[in-house]
Design a binder for this molecule. Sequence first.
Ligand SMILES: [Zn+2]
Length: 273
Amino acid sequence: MPELPEVQTVVDTLRPVLLGASIVALHLHRQDIVSPQGTDLSRCCTGRSIHAIGRRGKRIVITLDDSNAFYIHLGMTGRLCLTRHDEPLPPHTHMVLTVLPDNRSGKQCLVRFTDPRRFGGIWWMGDTPCDEKMGPEPLGMTPRRLARQLSKTRRIIKSALLDQRVIAGLGNIYVDEALHRAHLHPERISAELTLPEVARLNRSIKLVLRRALRHKGSTLRDYVDAHGQPGDFTRLHRVYDRTGQPCLTCRTAIQRLVLGGRSTHFCPRCQTV
Ligand SMILES: [Zn+2]
């Protein structure tokens, strides 16, 4: 599932085309990918221009020139790709956005939203801000803020870090990678971490995310950026999807556990309980 680095990469690759662009048309191939039900997304968007495109957590937020906004969640298999007019539509295309970029080229561009498994979708927000229940962004996080977020829960740290209300944007890959870097066992109780441990975790989360951003994310199966390019961080994973392979720090075999229904990869020697 695309996490913060992948979603940010999609935003960064869409921005040069979409920022300031006029929306010529928005065509939905299925209505049920739009929430709330009954929203006429095409009518809300057509004729407007795009004032901003950004990321909040794992959401791609598009703000129009009338201050209304909507966001797209890529779910498990969602892709937003820029294409030309004459390219055939791939299967599972649910939405096609036609824009006239603000670059005097006079050439229209298409953005296609495809999502075979349909865990993603489009949410119309209108002029209300993004979900206030969502936790703080990790790249701007201080150790004290993270400690405060984690002190509220007795859940294991792996589950707490996946909870978007605790911290926004992390998923299975980067939680496993950050816990390994921080030498923390995924089953540690969140509220029992010491402040130095939380500070180490905070640094590890930022380091892993920044490196992944530089490599344009991780592609396991489906993820690509808006130009159709896969991410390159996968080969730098230290634990994720490396079960049985030697830990890059101590050579112990990486183990896999299922915690809270999610596969979890860790080094039993570097990450002590
Ligand atoms: Zn190790």
